[in-house]
Design a protein. Structure first.
Length: 597
């Protein structure tokens, strides 16, 4: 039998490796920008065309590369960051594997122009799908200029699975934000199709956060700082009043590297227990500085999952630090004792003798007598005083009793509200239990979706427009859902710098916070990950329905319950909410009999 195992060509091996490292245009930007940071750059410019599908250009003023290093940098596992395996546990750079440039060159057309300080000429080289095409001297500034064209041009299956331009741009913005929040001492710019998205100057950490997410966030941040042997934790956490259902900015960084850590996230949430409503989250920007030998970053290709040696101890430190930060700045609601209603107590004067209270009694007073001197205190004739009121009261009681009899005889046996959360109704097969919040959400969802599609949504003008500030990704999302928002009844005015005036909102939601409502809807649309017409309409209707639905704990009268039940069963799918949660459950008659047997 002939041998069947063979070595894969380098081009194929590089494409396989690229599948882990380079997943979308945002991955290319992340790797190139991190390399620029490791090169000591103080200014980094990122320019993308068609959300990175057509072109990605990263320009930095770092140390640059020699001609030999520039050529060698595109080989697999070629790196200047480590020399031996032990170096993996003392990393001080963003990259270290030597896979990024090789992976990028395997799935795109790459051009590099670079020059070192002190050299008269730089070098220019081009690589096409791992195939080296040429290298020659060139004139260029100190630093590196990477141009990546037509990502996945030689892997059609991967290119087909790229999302829309808006979704890919949001992914780029997310990756970009995770880097700029760690390096406030570096200037960054990001442009897409000649439109400037970010222009960030070198500042401090707090100012960088404000530059990225808006001035409004500045009023919601509390400083966090604790220094222990195991870890130094700094950063900012949000006030309890800054909580929101969706779209809260939450970032963990360890040794200047972004990470995802659900366990530490739970510590932050526990610190806000009973301070924020259930289901809402607060923003935080938390930076860990731990000894390099105490973490392992080499467990995932994207380096976002990091293992800690003293995870439980750091969890306790983080929990205590956040609790202290919230308590130190008196952000817990407190009683307000107004001095306006205080009793006026006179100042003690030792020169004055206190007057002893005396009780005066009139021995001639007889409350049952008819003395003339007390006639003015006696009430008028009781029958004359209340004449005319008794018949009216009797009529009202009679009317109320008749209405109550009709109400209970018709509806009370049919519906029952349990703890302001569930509606119980007897059906032929047993007992039907309806989640009132989810039921109302389903009803409103179909109503809002019809309004969007037919553009018949009624709107309520605001006397004083509210101002909402959106992040770069939020602005991108709003640009694609603006038409649907107007169909619902929203009207916006662009004030510039990410600020929008909310001029009108849909009729029926006047009592809600317009700013939070818009932020939740945009966050819901952003989570969809795609911006097709139907998906936009669905996410808009679902976001508004979720916020406008009857909350748990609200007591409904029988007429409201009847309207809700009738509206639910008029829906196309009364059994589930738009996001797939169960609305109705039936407790079978046999199950009830079994429980009571």
């Amino acid at each position: 039998m002939s041998d069947i195992i063979q070595l894969l060509p380098d081009s194929v091996a590089n494409q396989i490796a690229a599948g882990e490292v380079i997943q979308r245009p945002a991955s290319v930007i992340k790797e190139l920008v991190e390399n620029a940071i490791d090169a000591g750059a103080t200014k980094i410019d990122v320019i993308v065309l068609d959300s990175g599908k057509t072109r990605i250009q990263v320009v930095d003023n770092g140390c640059g590369m020699s001609a030999t290093d520039a050529r060698l940098s595109f080989e697999r596992h070629a790196t200047s960051k480590i020399r031996k395996a032990d170096d993996l546990f003392s990393l001080h750079t963003m990259g270290f594997r030597g896979e990024a440039l090789a992976s990028i060159a395997a799935v795109a057309q790459v051009e590099l122009r670079t020059r070192q300080e002190g050299e008269e000429l730089g070098t220019s080289l081009s690589i096409n799908g791992s195939q080296f095409e040429g290298q020659e001297p060139c004139s260029c500034p100190v630093g590196s200029n990477f141009v990546v064209n037509n990502i996945f041009y030689n892997v059609p299956a991967r290119r087909r699975f790229l999302k829309s331009n808006s979704t890919e741009l949001n992914n780029i913005i997310t990756a970009f934000e995770r880097i700029v929040l760690v390096y406030p001492n570096i200037s960054f710019t990001l442009r897409n199709n000649d439109a400037e998205i970010f222009n960030l100057k070198a500042v401090g950490i707090r100012q960088r956060i404000i530059d990225v997410f808006g001035k409004r966030l500045n009023q919601e941040l509390l400083p966090l700082e604790v220094d222990t042997v195991l870890a130094k934790i700094t950063g900012f956490v949000g006030k309890p009043t800054s909580s929101r259902k969706k779209g809260a900015q939450q970032y963990f960084f360890v040794n200047n590297r972004y990470m995802k850590h659900p366990y530490f996230h739970k510590a932050v949430q526990n610190a806000y227990d009973r301070l924020v409503p259930v289901g809402e989250q607060v923003p935080y920007f938390i930076y860990f500085d731990v000894p390099t030998e105490g973490i392992d970053v080499n467990i995932h290709p994207t380096k976002t999952e990091i293992k800690f040696e003293n995870e439980q101890e750091i969890w306790q430190i983080l929990l205590a630090a956040v609790k202290e930060s919230v308590g130190l700045f008196s952000e817990v609601p407190k009683l307000d004792f107004s001095p306006g209603d205080d009793i006026d107590i006179p100042v003690y004067d030792p020169s004055k003798q206190p007057v002893q209270p005396q009780v005066k009694v009139n021995p001639q007073f007889n409350p049952f007598g008819n003395q003339n001197n007390h006639a003015e205190h006696a009430p008028a004739n009781w029958e004359d005083l209340y004449a005319g009121l008794t018949p009216a009261k009797q009529n009202e009681e009679a009317i109320f009793d008749s209405q109550a009899d009709d109400l209970y005889s018709e509806r009370a046996p049919a519906h029952y509200q349990y703890k302001g959360m569930y509606i119980m109704t007897a059906v032929k097969s047993g007992l039907m239990i309806i989640d009132q919040h989810r039921a109302h959400m389903r009803v409103l969802f179909e109503q809002y979706k019809r309004q969007i599609e037919t553009k018949t949504g009624n709107k309520q003008k605001l006397l004083f427009p509210d101002i909402v500030h959106l992040s770069a990704s939020g602005i991108n999302t709003l640009s694609h859902i603006d038409e649907g928002m107007r169909g619902l009844g929203f009207e916006f005015t662009d004030l510039g710098h990410g600020d929008y005036a909310i001029n009108s909102i849909p009729a029926g939601v006047e009592g809600m916070n317009a700013v939070k409502l818009v932020e939740d809807i945009i966050a819901t649309a952003d989570e969809q990950g795609s911006f097709s017409a139907d998906e936009i309409n669905t996410s808009l209707a679902m976001g508004l329905a979720r916020d406008a639905a009857i909350p748990y704990g609200q007591v409904l009268n029988n007429a409201e319950i009847e309207d809700l039940v009738n509206g639910l069963f008029a829906c196309s799918n009364p059994n589930y909410t738009p996001d797939g949660k169960k609305v109705i459950s039936i407790l079978a008659q046999q199950e009830i009999e079994r429980i009571l047997s």
